[in-house]
Design a protein around this ligand. Sequence first.
Ligand code: CP
Length: 292
Amino acid sequence: MKHLLSMKQLTNDKIHHLFKIAKDLENGDLSWQAEGKFAANLFLEPSTRTKSSFHIAERKLGLDVLHLDGMDSSLTKGESLHDTLKTLEAIGADVAVVRQSEVGILDSCAENLNLSLINAGDGCGEHPTQSLLDLYTIQEQFEEFEGLHVAIAGDLKHSRVARSNAHALQQLGARVSFVTKPEWKDSTFSHRYITMDEAVEQCDVLMLLRIQHERHEQKTSASSYLKDHGLTKERESRMKDDAIILHPAPVNRGVEIDAELVESEKSRIFRQMTNGVTIRMAIIQALLKGEL
Ligand code: CP
């Protein structure tokens, strides 16, 4: 496998292989270095975590890094994404990391590319590297996925994180439930819907999603969302003792989650970001070595 575009490409064996590489990296094994190789990062939608953690992951592996901003590139002159990627390949890039808004376009670009293409989030489509770091964080806590109950809560309809995670968690043997407002249900999901009050009492992992105001026509009221659907301190007090809280971030403090719970004992939100560097190193290493 040359590209990572969707969690649907990864068998459980491949996911666990990536976790093994990540664990070795975490334990200081930097014996594989990609000196002389180039990564090109092309972010056409905003990003803090994915963009900066890919940069750090690439530098730790010894790659030279080229950052392309959409506004500075010839995409603004009408060049297609496919031709931009072919150009990056022609000038010597070995890996291209792309965030952009059009679902499915990376699949057609990838057909004709020799460099390794990594999907860093495609609109409401998928976010496979986020999913892998989420799964790695869950495995750190529980070791196994079989029998775990994971509740994914929030703006499902617009969430590439939910799409990637729902598929992968189910494939790994976890039970996945959804919590959302009726207007954010997504008919492409066939999972069980529960209330936030049921979720906090039943789940082992509560995965909160950001309300994606930028993809909505009508603004959601922050205070009523927290009270009706979010993780308040009262709801958190009813969670199982060893349950954990995940959120891909950026977090709307006081909307999906009470501001004080972001850094609470159950929260793994900043741990997810730390794991994001290690997992992205593992993905780049595995793709460049032809191990996926
Ligand atoms: N979780 C995530 O993708 O964050 P960024 O949008 O900041 O990259």
